[in-house]
Design a protein. Sequence first.
Length: 178
Amino acid sequence: MLTPRKRHAALAAAICLAVIWSAPLALAEGDKLVVATVDMNKAINESKKGKRSKDKLTASKDAKEKTLKKEEEQLRALDQEIQTNMMLSKSARDQKIQDLQNRQQALRQNVQKAQMALMQEERQATEELFNEIKRSVRKIASKRKVDIVLEKGASQIILYSNFEFIDITDDVIIDFDG
């Protein structure tokens, strides 16, 4: 059974193959189909903008972790106090235990919220970078008179082709950072 990711990759490969096989029909006699590839992960991870975005996400993650660790330390201290303070009355101990449990539950919820927020921030940042990089891809492809640009991973699905694949990733990174 195909997972959604494998289904998407298979569909992308089928579309790429259909375009490549049908492209010669649309070309004038003597024209040559120019196919390029772009490693989007490399473009995102190695570009200045991509590195800045990653640094910003890391700083956000670190700030959230710092806040959550501080709360966790406070809860450990409260737990330790409950365990070691023999002077507490039963009702005071029960009240502190209830407070500890409530705060532990709140911490778990805050951890979940922080994880979801980080995932959303990463998704949004990646989408923004991806869209900006696509503009650079179009610009470079137009300059170099490229007919088709494939993502590097999609080009690896093609086991054989008469076409030479030109990697324009470095040019895209330069344009994207420029």
